[in-house]
Design a protein around this ligand. Structure first.
Ligand code: ADP
Length: 595
């Protein structure tokens, strides 16, 4: 806008100067010419008037006119508005239309008279002291029969002349001003017509630069400016379509990068962040939007990320490593893969780093490894015991019968333990695998509780425990697998009886809470320290290994409980403290009424 406006003024100013100079030059030349022509015309007119006086002057200079001459000359002067002077050959003024000749000095050396003396006629313009005005004088010789009698002179004040030339000047001036004004108005219009498309193109270019890519200019005229506007519009359209393609590609790329599980960080040659996707933000605990354009070392304190970029940018090809990151107070295992970013001309333009969070993968690997080690260990213990006992019996055929029986009982106990372990492992495997999807049929949970409690009444009585079952009289219907649910209750009641000392109480309660069946297995036993609550449902986790073994536990009971509970869409938890008894509660959704 500003540029085009300046252009308009530059164009218009030169045009205006041209117009003004032209008009003034023509005006001045015309005025001068008119003044010169008027002067010449006046000179000729004065000469004619002087010539008309010639004959009268002959009479006067001959001295034949007497006093009547003065009066005639004065009358003529008054009638024609001209001053007449008759001068004798010696310069003496004989008669004058305006003045008294006797008071006038000798006119013989007046320039017009001197010129007339030599050339027959003379003209001069000067200030007349006699009439106190600038005058034009024309003098002619008065000759008679070859004898110079004197001169006759006609003169006019130049005020007349000046009035005429100033009239002309005013006319020329007025015409000039009018012409100049018209020319300036037309000029402004033309300049506007030339600059207006440029202004609109500039405005459009600025709008396009500001992101308004759909902007076009009107290409009305058929001239070069119209062609320029057309070319401008084509260029804008091309720019728009290319930008649309780039934007679309970019948004696709950003969507892909944003949806990736792997973190991606791209930097330029100066290690300034060009892109950091959402996953990288999560892994490194940074907000992606705040990282753009900042150097990597400023964005993250993770040393390995910075060194990976440094190594790659210094020419290390590719860098792959698995690192432990301590970000946001959390320990994570991350696979790092950095590579160079090279442009089409094989120029290094930056580097890209892919972060793959393998924490969960590694954790599962560890869990599996630990499980295999645990299983092996658990199986090895009874097998080693059995082998030792069998070897002793075989090696000592003379063993007393009582000792042999004791050994056989031990072998029996260890085999039972082995069988129990294998059964629990198979149950767990079934629950954890896809085949573990349990049967689902509507059943009365109260019935299951009563059945399971029946299994433990004798054992509880043997141990001197008070055993209470509290189940509602009506049905508590849930959808589930009756065998699995009984196994779950068996495991919980088995623990309660096992870990409660003589004289204690074991209670199993069932009630409804809104749309949930709530099972509570309470005991007044040894209790579980708070520090174990988080891990108690893990496979093979035991608070006291020796005691569990002694009581015939496998360490898998609660893990089985948890899986059965989950398979029924339920939850399991506990309230307990060391020495204060334990309450396990299981919540299983009821079948909605009317179904
Ligand atoms: P186990 O076969 O050893 O009983 P579980 O998985 O059933 O294995 O239980 C894990 C551990 O939880 C037990 O070893 C025991 O230390 C503790 N535990 C379970 N139930 C109780 C309870 N009712 N009272 C005290 N400790 C319990």
């Amino acid at each position: 806008m500003v540029v085009a406006s300046r252009f308009f003024w530059r164009l218009y100013a030169s045009y205006a100067v041209l117009i003004v100079v032209g008009v003034v030059t023509v005006g001045v030349l015309a005025a001068r010419r008119v003044a010169r022509d008027t002067e010449a015309e006046t000179g000729r007119s004065l000469e004619v008037r002087a010539r008309l006086l010639h004959d009268l002057a002959v009479v006067a200079l001959r001295g034949e006119a007497g006093d009547a001459l003065g009066a005639r000359v004065r009358r003529l002067g008054a009638e024609t508005g001209t001053r007449y002077t008759v001068i004798a050959a010696d310069g003496t003024v004989i008669a004058d239309s305006d003045e008294e000749p006797a008071e006038m000095d000798n006119h013989g050396n007046r320039p017009e008279v001197l010129d007339a003396a030599t050339a027959g006629r003379g003209r001069a313009v000067r200030f007349s002291r006699t009439v106190a005005e600038r005058m034009m004088y024309v003098a002619l010789t008065v000759d008679d029969q070859g004898q110079r009698l004197g001169y006759v002179r006609a003169s006019l004040p130049l005020t007349v002349l000046r009035a005429r030339t100033s009239d002309v000047r005013a006319l020329v001036g007025f015409g000039g001003v009018v012409a100049a004004l018209v020319a300036l108005i037309i000029g402004a219009f033309v300049a506007r017509r030339v600059t207006a498309p440029l202004v609109s193109m500039t405005t459009a270019a600025e709008a396009i630069a500001a992101g308004e890519y759909g902007r076009r200019v009107p290409a009305a005229s058929n001239d070069e400016i119209g062609a320029l506007a057309g070319a401008f519009n084509r260029m804008a359209a091309q720019l728009e379509s290319r930008l649309a393609t780039i934007t679309e590609d970019r948004s696709k790329l950003l969507t892909i990068l944003g949806g990736m599980v792997e973190g991606v960080i791209a930097v330029d040659g100066e290690q300034r962040i060009v892109h950091l996707n959402a996953a990288a933000g999560r892994i490194l605990h940074v907000t992606p939007g705040e990282t753009l354009g900042r150097p990597v070392w400023e964005v993250t304190r993770v040393r390995q990320v910075r060194t990976a970029f440094e190594r790659v940018l210094r020419g290390a090809g590719e860098v792959t490593e698995e690192v432990q990151l301590e970000v946001g107070g959390e320990e994570r295992t991350v696979q790092l893969h950095a590579a160079r970013l090279v442009s089409g001309q094989d120029v290094l333009v930056g580097a890209v780093l892919v972060l793959h969070d393998v924490t969960e993968l590694r954790r599962l690997e560890t869990v599996r490894r630990d499980f295999v080690a645990n299983v092996s260990h658990e199986l090895k213990t009874p097998i080693t015991a059995i082998r030792g006992l069998v070897d002793t019996i075989v090696d000592d055929p003379d063993m007393p019968a009582s000792v042999r029986r004791d050994f056989e009982r031990k072998i029996q106990r260890q085999s039972e333990r082995l069988a129990l372990l294998v059964t629990d492992l198979l149950t767990l495997a079934r629950l954890e695998s896809a085949e573990g999807v349990l049967e689902a049929e509507p059943l009365d949970l109260g019935e299951i509780v009563r059945r399971s409690a029946g299994n433990f009444r004798a054992a509880a009585a043997d141990k001197g425990l008070v055993f209470t079952v509290d189940v509602p009289g009506d049905q508590v219907t849930v959808s589930g697998d009756p065998d699995a649910l009984e196994l779950m209750l068996n495991n919980l009641l088995d623990n309660a009886v096992k870990y409660t000392l003589a004289g204690g109480t074991v209670t199993v309660r069932l009630h409804r809470e809104n749309d949930t069946a709530v099972l509570e297995i309470l005991d007044t036993g040894i209790g579980i320290g708070k520090e174990h609550h988080d891990r108690i449902f893990e496979r093979f986790y035991r608070v006291d290994l020796a005691r569990s073994r002694e009581l015939g536990g496998t360490g898998l009971g609660l893990s089985i409980v948890k899986h059965i509970c989950w398979a029924h869409g339920g939850q399991v938890g506990l309230d307990s403290a060391l020495g204060a008894g334990t309450t396990f509660h299981v919540r299983i959704p009821l079948i909605p009424q009317g179904v």
